[in-house]
Structures are given as structure tokens and as C-alpha cells.
Design a protein around this ligand. Sequence first.
Ligand code: NAP
Length: 293
Amino acid sequence: MIDAQTQVVGLLGWPLEHSLSPLMHNAAFKALNLNWRYLPLPVRPGQERDAVRGLAALGLRGANVTIPHKQAVLPALDSLSQTAGELRAVNTLIVDYEGAGGPRIHGENTDHSGFLRALLAGGFQAGNGQRAVVAGAGGAARAVVYSLLSLGLEEVVVLNRSLAHAQTLVTEIGGLRPWKTRLEALPFTTGALLETSRRADLLVNTTPVGTWPETEASIWPGREALPANLFVFDLVYNPIETRLLQQARRSKARAINGVEMLVQQGALAFEMWCGMAAPLGVMRAACKRALRR
Ligand code: NAP
């Protein structure tokens, strides 16, 4: 029942047609019998500041932020986590009503920590001497590369269709700190993908290649096997089992699907809002049910 005690969070983005977050979070609230609701909150570009300050005026507990507002909301926030500040992007807002000076809005980036949790839960053991290949150089790739640098891998190679975008990512994320990782940008070609993956431990697809309805597409060439020692993490979550992940399994490589990152970043946001452990199994099942429909 919705009443005066109902706590509200939501999702700021534009457009919001295909998001799984309302479904995932409302399933979690229901499973834990919490009087909370998660609403889609479509915000037109240009309205980011009003929308963010409006969260506090309306008594919301927080929000997720998605495309295209992850950077645009930054000037409206009172504080940022170190990661969100370094990545210059937030995907989670927490409204704090406790302080004397009125509500304060804090920004976090759980894409980064969600990726890391999913990677480590999938069995990847970060250690010295490991190498990763990241396909794509957009917003998700920034969080992924930042995560891999924070794990202290030996080498991360970013392959992208537009070399200039990969170079910008490498310069910006690589320049944040004196990381110990060797970081390199290369043009995305099949040859470069095969060559760099052959000496890598991890391949992460951060491009949308393989997303429904283009489910036959894959960044990996059709007839080539993937190296069996490789971990393959596909950020695409619709379909759950992409062509790339099918190729990985067929080659006996280990596969991690994008639903795990989606669920882990959602769980982190849930924990920040509600102050309790998120029901991961409920959230995962809600996403998978919706994706199988
Ligand atoms: P984005 O900022 O638009 O970046 C997309 C990247 O993919 C760019 O580097 C782009 O290259 C490259 N790309 C696009 N189409 C391509 C193609 N046909 N062939 C080769 N490269 C191509 O998008 P994003 O926000 O990073 O998101 C990327 C993907 O990750 C989406 O599928 C999104 O749903 C998924 N994602 C999943 C999660 C999760 O929780 N599982 C979280 C975040 C994102 P150019 O630079 O040359 O344009």
C-alpha cells in the first residue's frame, strides 16, 4: 500500500522506455516487505538541475541516473565520492536529510564497483602480471578501465572503432593517478582483437554489439575459437547469453554476463539508500524474468 510513510527513489534519464531498474528494485522492496517504491522519472535534457534539487524538495531518498544525464547532474550535487569525481560521472544519488543546513545530495558511481563485484564474483582473480582487453571507449568503458587499473593489472589495451575516443579515455583515466598498469589505445580491428586477446587473461565487451535485435552480431569473428584461459565479460545484458558469450562457452573460456553487473550496481545503490543488504537473488531473478519475456 502506498501511504504517507512510503519512501520513494527513482531513475532520472531520457528516454526511459527499456530500463529494468524499476522492476529490479521494486521486486527487492517487496521481497523485504519495505514500504519503498522505485519510479521512472523521465527528465528532459536541460532540466537536470531542477530534477536533482527537486528530489530533495519532494522528500525522495535518492535516485539512479542514466543516459544522457550521468555528467550533466554533477553541478547540482553537494558532494561526490572519489570515484564519481575522478570519472566525472554519477549513476546513484543519495539525499541526506540529517544535516542542520538542509538536505544534501551526494553522488556515487556504482557502475565501477558493480563491474568489480561482478568480475570477482564470476571467478576472476586479479593478480600481478594479468592483462585485459577492453572493446569500446564510451561511458561504460571508462568505469571498466578505471576498475581494472584499480585492480593493478599489468596491462589494459582499449580497442575502439574511433581511435581518438580510445586515446582520450587512456589519457584521461590513465592521467588520474600514477597507476602501475600499462595502458594503451588501439584501433578496433579483428587482427588487433585476436592478437591482444591471445596474450590476455580478460576480454571485456563494452560496445553494444550483440544487443537485441542484432543478436547474431559479435565483436569476435565467427570461425575463431577464443583462448580457453580467457575470462570474457560482456556488458550487454539483452539477451542474457549474447553471441559472444556463446562463443566463449563453446571455446571453454569463462563467461560473465551483463546482468551480473546490472544487478550488482543496483544492489550497491539499494544498500546506500536502505542501509541493509540487498536481496541479490530476487533482483537477479526479476531481471532475468523480464529479459526472457
Ligand atoms: P556509449 O558511451 O555510447 O559507448 C559505446 C562504445 O561502443 C563506443 O566506444 C563506440 O565506439 C562503440 N561502438 C558502438 N557501436 C559499435 C559497433 N557497431 N562496432 C564497434 N564499436 C561500437 O555507450 P555506454 O554507455 O558505454 O554503453 C555501452 C554498452 O554497455 C551498452 O550496450 C550498455 O547497455 C552496456 N552497459 C551495461 C551495463 C550493465 O550494467 N550491464 C552498464 C553500463 C552499460 P565509437 O567511440 O567509435 O563511437
